[in-house]
Design a protein around this ligand. Sequence first.
Ligand code: SAH
Ligand code: SF4
Ligand code: F3S
Length: 478
Amino acid sequence: MLDIQPKIHDENRQGEAFAPFAQDPNKYKKKFYIESYGCQMNFSDSEIVASILNEKGFGATKNFEEADLIFLNTCSIREKAEQTVRKRLTEFKKIKEQKPGFLIGVLGCMAERLKTKLLEEEKLVDIVVGPDAYRSLPALIEEAETGQKAVNVLLSRDETYADIAPVRLDSNGITAFVSIMRGCNNMCSFCVVPFTRGRERSRDPYSIMAEVTDLYTRGFKEITLLGQNVDSYYWFNESSKEIVTFAKLLEKTALISNTLRVRFSTSHPKDITDDVLYTMSKYENICKYIHLPVQSGSTRILQLMNRTYTREWYLAKVDRIKEILPDCGISSDIIAGFCTETEEDHQQTLQIMQYAKYDMSYMFFYSERPGTLAERRYKDDVLIDVKKRRLQEIVDLQGKLSKESNEKDIDKTFKVLIEGSSKKSDEHWMGRNSQNKVIVFPKENYSLNKGDYAFVKVTNCTQATLLGNIVEIINNNK
Ligand code: SAH
Ligand code: SF4
Ligand code: F3S
């Protein structure tokens, strides 16, 4: 028996591994096992990969021991993300030794960043495929089956996989992610994504609408439109001259049904427009929640990061959101210890967090990435202990802000979409309000199901969760 456990799905998917999914074993002639790391885009891509492989007779298994192929869909965002994957690859070595003909493929951002180097560094790897080359996977598998190493890391200017229906087998059946664009044209100096994902391109809105409508007819009640920088979504049809901006796309999606919730991620502070904010306020089913990564509270550091906004611009954006959408939740990404960051810069980050009163943040210390602007131009000169101490201060402050934000919700009533039973108790439901906060409440004797909406009054909270009771059920059959 091999001592390797499949990784468990985590709610916070940034850098975490994704539980593999299974399909009917009798339907397919061969089996593959896939694990994903990194951001939601990667998890979405794994569903596209599954769809491409299904077409060629490969079915997914949750058990890598019975798989003919193992794929790791990888992330390069921080050094630690890459280390995790390397460690996982050495674990799979044991299977390879016991099973001749068994293939290992590396997909995603690490494949793109390291290209053929990955084959030299990790001798076990048979297939290396970048994020824009998944259509060539079946051909690459055939090549690898003949004993050759197979690589395709070509980036594309127009690939959006628009026509591929992702396979959603690990899903709760209620919430789903829909990719609306790929790549990123920003050049934040710390970030590897423009190198691993290529140029930004927007997906045809009609294929997005078709995918969302299909999800809705299959019972899904919430979709999240995904992209590295959703506010720069832009689609222009040469023949009809139709222009679709992100605000327009949001509206089109919201109009599919008022019982379908719409979310989106991620917004760049420089690109989010009033148009988007007004569209959010116009439709009740567009969730009042914006992930608006600040990265740093110091204008000097923001300039070195090439974020193209100042502290003041960011603060004005927060004010504008609160003016147009008074009940909107805001969350952030924060990097501690970027090149040359002083104690004063760090204090400014803490201050901006207090001003914005983030409900939640993803927080990291700076990890230098090869090939990025920052690596070429600046010295990674903040000592690791200092980075860690500053990060801890940021984490502690966020804990306090999250708790305060949740305490303010006590006695308020929210419309909650039920996602399933609470992890801790079968007697309780778990759902989210529009602001993306998790609410847990007793099922009582109401006849509700996952995918239903209910009004829940908050009675108590922890730092991460609101607790409450149902005050009204909604006619969910409408
Ligand atoms: N497109 C999104 C973020 C993508 S990466 C945006 O622009 O906001 C997710 C987060 O990882 C970033 O927001 C940033 O906070 C963090 N990150 C990116 N590169 C990093 C690095 N080199 N070191 C530490 N954190 C990093
Ligand atoms: Fe990276 Fe910046 Fe693009 Fe986000 S916007 S993916 S941080 S380059
Ligand atoms: Fe990681 Fe690539 Fe996403 S580097 S964060 S998986 S775009």
